[in-house]
Ligand binder design. Structure first.
Ligand code: CDP
Ligand code: CDP
Length: 220
């Protein structure tokens, strides 16, 4: 069984996908973390995130590994734990440029399909239902208002000691939504057979319960 969860930034995809995977005993794959890792590699190599030729040249040197933990997973880039580094603001603000490069998408899509080929999976991202796993049995397109998503990210940041105003976060989220939905290759888009789930006024538990119910329907 494949569960694809797509949607814009901070809609709750990874939080929910992680919990659903845990409940079902499925593997969880955070494809955003993969795009973030390539972005980190580019920034560290002093390669401009929109330099398609130079970013693409880095890919053969990238060994990307997920290691599951009790409450999620760690991300390793060439043996280094980069789980925290890939969440920094400079990566967040440059990841849409890197993810618009077609060769990056081709490379990471293949890596994502290889992970999915190993068994039951919950995968979250932007193009899972449309491109990576078009035959997924359950596809969810998760959305929430920009204001609510900025509020969620603000609370997340506060826990990590990062101080960015809600107004700035709203701008950043809207800008990333725009870039992700208007790029030429695999833009953020709801698959025709995906179920739209607006989580603006839903708790995490409610969203998890909804997806578990949809999954149970498909198993019957
Ligand atoms: O967690 P957050 O919502 O900030 O984003 P993410 O899921 O970590 O994804 C970071 C970025 O990677 C997105 O803004 C997209 O530009 C890109 N991405 C993508 O293009 N395709 C995917 N399947 C997943 C992420
Ligand atoms: O993966 P994505 O960027 O879509 O979102 P996330 O990182 O899973 O969620 C962003 C934040 O929203 C997390 O701190 C979640 O705890 C929170 N959240 C929430 O408050 N209510 C929901 N229904 C879903 C997520």
């Amino acid at each position: 069984m494949q569960i694809a969860i797509d949607g814009p930034a901070s809609a709750g995809k990874s939080t929910i996908a992680k919990l659903v995977a845990k409940k079902l005993g499925y593997v969880y794959c955070d494809t955003g973390a993969m795009y973030r890792t390539v972005t980190l590699m580019a920034l560290r190599s002093n390669v401009a995130p929109d330099d398609a030729v130079k970013v693409t040249a880095l890919l053969p040197q990238l060994e990307l590994k997920f290691v599951p933990t009790a409450d999620g997973q760690l991300v390793y880039m060439n043996g280094e734990d980069v789980s925290l580094a890939i969440r920094q603001e400079d990566v967040t603000n440059n990841v849409s440029a890197v993810s618009a490069i077609p060769a990056v998408r081709t490379d990471l899509t293949q890596r994502q399909r290889d992970i999915a080929a190993e068994g039951n999976i919950v995968m979250d991202g932007r193009d899972i239902g449309t491109t990576v796993l078009p035959h997924a049995e359950l596809k969810v397109f998760m959305v929430a208002s920009v204001a609510e998503r900025a509020r969620r990210r603000f609370l997340d940041n506060k826990e990590k000691g990062i101080d960015v105003s809600i107004a700035t976060l709203e701008e950043e989220i809207a800008a990333r939504d725009h870039k992700d939905s208007t790029r030429a290759t695999s833009p953020l888009r709801q698959a025709d057979d995906a179920i739209l789930l607006d989580t603006t006024s839903m708790t995490i538990d409610e969203v998890v319960a909804k997806i578990m119910a949809l999954h149970a329907e498909r198993e019957r």
